[in-house]
Write a protein that binds this ligand. Structure first.
Ligand SMILES: C[S@@+](CC[C@H](N)C(=O)[O-])C[C@H]1O[C@@H](n2cnc3c(N)ncnc32)[C@H](O)[C@@H]1O
Length: 482
């Protein structure tokens, strides 16, 4: 399969594109390094069949989630052994400990994850949503493909409040494995509101402007300048401390308050005049009022308990099986991408990722096997943007890669390939004279293959004709079956 092209390239498709069909050939046609963020919520290998309720917006959507080796192209298996020996070793271990279904599932995932890594920018990140059916195997697979050092977190999302599981604890969470491609990955600090318990415990005071907590106005240690002197009869030095007016907090919360050129005591005077000083009972130094309304909350944590599953009457509910809440995607997209970035979901279902990306002014694209998913993408974005929206760009043909630069005509490689293959046809393993050998695309151009040398081989006229428009994988599989 040869080396990768790690550079960043422009996307070779338009924002707002949704493909119907298998995501593997589509991703193979996407330029390397053109995606900023990938979120995928693939089938979990849960041994279940999913179907949307009749009458819901998603009625008709269904997919099965049980894997057998016959679901997997035999060629994918061989390709994996060649492209990622580490991933192959993980899959082999899964076969021994868990059985063939897990092995098949992981092969399906591995070949796709390899493509995802290739199309991610160096600053990109990937979030893989799953549950505990396969999360431990998927973690190893992600380590093999993205590198253990690029692992960031496992988000644990509480997707339901209670579940009766026979002879074991209730399974109520999903897991989301978060990896970045490199250390340079985009990261934005995102906050979540404090929970009720925290507010009760710390925001204990209230005045006419609202609820607040007492923030420090002093720091540890003695100082000899202004900050070590008394103010309004209060001298923090007596407690081994000094005045420390938190300028960053004040500039963030009150950008119009101009404290810059004032002495410590003048700053405190001004804060008091603005009713921002909390005067406690005797014996404690005054503190700064930190209003709940102005607080951004806490930085988001890996345990996600504040995003509730989609209720049966929620407006965003489409009825699509396994639909995820927009708020969950909102958090992921806000943390790991910026406005204008390209967000990509190769198992996009009813478009939750795409809707969230669109609302956050990101570019987006998705793929799903189900034609109904595409209909829902269109419907949901139209509900958001209004009737003037031109609609999703619906495609079923893989894009053609443009990141190789201008390639010479593929036929010019005939001599080189003949030498490399020592005159042997790679279809029937027979030696032929030069003139009966034809240059063939391993992955046809109609299926996302390129004229790049790595996608070329020589076949004899007979084999080339018999292969036709199939991929090498499909042709070999069909021959194996026959
Ligand atoms: C768990 S659902 C995704 C749900 C989605 N996150 C949402 O909020 O609607 C998995 C989706 O993957 C799709 N799918 C399964 N195999 C696929 C493949 N090889 N290529 C593209 N889509 C696939 C299924 O049709 C299904 O819609």
């Amino acid at each position: 399969m040869g080396g990768e092209l790690p550079m960043t390239h422009p996307p070779n498709f338009a924002s707002g594109t949704v493909w119907t069909g298998d995501n593997l050939p589509v991703m193979r046609g996407i330029n390397s390094g053109c995606i900023d963020l990938i979120y995928l919520d693939p089938p979990f290998n849960s041994n279940e069949d999913y179907a949307a309720p009749i009458g819901s917006r998603a009625a008709g959507a269904a997919f099965k989630d049980t894997w057998t080796l016959s679901d997997i192209d035999v060629y994918e298996h061989g390709e994996l052994a060649e492209r990622s020996p580490a991933a192959y070793a993980v899959i082999d271990a899964a076969r021994q400990t868990h059985g063939k279904s897990m092995m098949s599932y992981l092969i399906m995932m591995a070949v796709r994850l390899i493509e995802m890594r290739r199309i991610l920018k160096e600053t990109g990140s990937i979030y893989l949503h799953c549950d505990d059916t396969a999360v431990h195997y998927l973690k190893l697979l992600m380590d093999a493909v993205f590198g253990a050092r690029n692992y960031r977190n496992t988000l644990i999302w509480k997707r339901t409040s209670a579940h009766n599981s026979a002879k074991k604890f209730g399974r109520i969470t999903d897991k989301i494995l978060f990896y970045s491609k490199t250390d340079e990955a985009t990261w934005n600090k995102v906050s979540q509101p404090y929970d009720k318990e925290y507010i009760e415990k710390f925001y204990r005071f209230e005045d006419r402007l609202g609820r607040y907590r007492a923030g420090d106005l002093t720091g540890a240690g003695l100082r000899s300048g202004d900050s070590g002197k008394a103010w309004r009869g209060e001298n923090p030095s007596s407690k081994g401390r000094h005045w420390a007016v938190p300028m960053k907090v004040l500039t963030d919360e009150y950008p119009n308050l101009d404290l810059g050129s004032l002495s410590t005591q003048e700053k405190l005077d001004l804060l008091d005049k603005a009713e921002l000083i909390h005067w406690p009972k005797r014996g404690t130094v005054p503190s700064l009022k930190r209003y709940l309304d102005l607080s951004k909350g806490v930085p988001v944590q890996e345990l996600v308990i504040d995003i509730r599953p989609i209720g049966s009457r929620a407006r965003e509910r489409t009825g699509y099986p396994t639909q995820k809440p927009v708020a969950l995607l909102d958090r992921i997209i806000s943390a790991s991408s910026n406005e204008g970035d390209m967000v990509f979901d190769p198992f996009c279902g009813c478009a939750t990722t795409l809707v969230a990306a669109d609302r956050l002014n990101r570019e987006w694209a998705g793929i799903d096997l189900s034609p109904l998913a595409v209909k829902l993408v269109d419907q949901r974005i139209r509900d958001d943007r209004g009737a003037l929206w031109g609609g999703a760009i619906v495609r079923d043909d893989p894009p053609l890669r443009t990141d190789f630069g201008k390639l010479p005509n593929y036929r010019t490689h005939r001599h080189r390939l003949y030498g490399e293959q020592e005159g042997v046809c790679l279809g029937c393993d027979t030696h032929f004279p030069f003139k009966v050998m034809e240059v063939d695309h391993i992955l046809p151009r109609s299926k996302g293959g390129s004229d790049h040398y790595e996608n070329l081989q020589l076949l004899c006229t007979h084999c080339n004709k018999s292969k036709g428009g199939k991929t090498m994988a499909e042709w070999l599989a069909a021959r194996g079956a026959g």
